[in-house]
Unconditional design. Sequence first.
Length: 120
Amino acid sequence: MPSEVTIENITSASREELVEGLAMLRQYRRMRRSIGKRAREIFSRARSGEIAIRGERAANCDASTLIVELDRRFPDLGLGSLADQIVWTENPHLEGGIRLFVGDEMIDASYRRIRTGLLS
């Protein structure tokens, strides 16, 4: 959409802009019905192209070290460049390792799997 359609400029918007604006409103309404109040944040992030990365770590794990190892073992993920964008929380149910949530996807990197990969 070349420009934002707002109440102030709705009369001067082209047909294509109005159709695209209506489609976005419908998408937001569907999201709001299915996921509730989080829809505003997710919709805004999706429109801006921002990637939300949430990480969970075990109490006994250093997340930065694990990110370095994951980036070395799986360079296609590109976690090293995104490390400063990850919002970390401690998960008492994890025995070791980390879990990353990128959008709707989850990367589960258990301590056992990383350790086995480092020894091989």
